[in-house]
Design a protein around this ligand. Structure first.
Ligand SMILES: C[S@@+](CC[C@H](N)C(=O)[O-])C[C@H]1O[C@@H](n2cnc3c(N)ncnc32)[C@H](O)[C@@H]1O
Length: 202
């Protein structure tokens, strides 16, 4: 059984280039969720696929601790959580071709124009994300913000390494077009439209 500190790994402990096999103590297909919040999606997927590794990155300490505690209580051994800036991590610390999937559900939209530079998705991030995926690896995105969705779709669709893929995919936890993250549940209750898209690395 893993303790809280085994799951909530200190970012400094993983070195300049993340060695995912060392991080999880085994080599296995690894999926990353950025902004995993309270960890509901990751928890469900990690339970459904014990043969895969699940890495969650969450900046907010409160959610990071909450999610780690949740994973420990479920006795999961295939989840690790980092509290760090995911954009920096993906661009500078993830090795090429190391991910089976990258999930980003409801990234902060930063709706004011002067704050757009704070958004996770920009050209450098999409390029690093495409390179971090293994061949056939999946990038899946969901947001309630139409303008940000258009930006993301334009960036990913223009990337030569990414090809459009169906969002609905039981294997990756998006059956029935739903991810059932906290924000999805909240926004659907409010009747907001939700935009979804996925790509595969060519
Ligand atoms: C709108 S919430 C969505 C949470 C969850 N994915 C969901 O759908 O319920 C966005 C989350 O992303 C986290 N976040 C935003 N930017 C981040 C970054 N650069 N690195 C890591 N986490 C980030 C925030 O702290 C927040 O918990």
């Amino acid at each position: 059984m893993l303790t809280l500190t085994d799951i909530a790994v200190a970012t400094e402990a993983i070195g300049d280039r993340a060695d995912l096999a060392a991080l999880f103590g085994r080599a296995a297909p690894t999926e990353l969720e950025i902004g995993c919040g309270k960890g509901g999606f990751l928890l469900r997927q990690a339970r459904a696929h014990p043969e895969r590794n699940y890495l969650g990155i969450e900046w907010a300490n409160k959610f990071h601790r909450f999610a780690a505690d949740r994973m420990a209580r479920w006795g999961l051994t295939n989840v690790r959580l980092l509290r760090t800036d995911a954009r920096h991590f993906v661009i500078h610390r993830l090795p090429v071709g190391c991910l089976a999937a990258l999930h980003v559900y409801h990234p902060d939209p930063w709706p004011k124009k002067r704050h757009h530079k704070r958004r996770l998705f920009n050209a450098a991030f999409v390029d690093a994300a495409a390179r971090a995926l293994a061949q056939g690896g999946r990038l899946a995105v969901q947001t309630d913000h139409a303008g940000y969705f258009e930006v993301i779709v334009n960036l990913a669709s223009a990337h030569p390494m990414l090809a459009p893929a169906p969002f609905v995919d039981d294997e990756f936890g998006t059956a029935n077009e739903r991810t059932e993250t906290n924000y999805e549940i909240k926004y659907e209750r409010e009747g907001r439209p939700i935009f979804r898209a996925a790509w595969r690395r060519r």
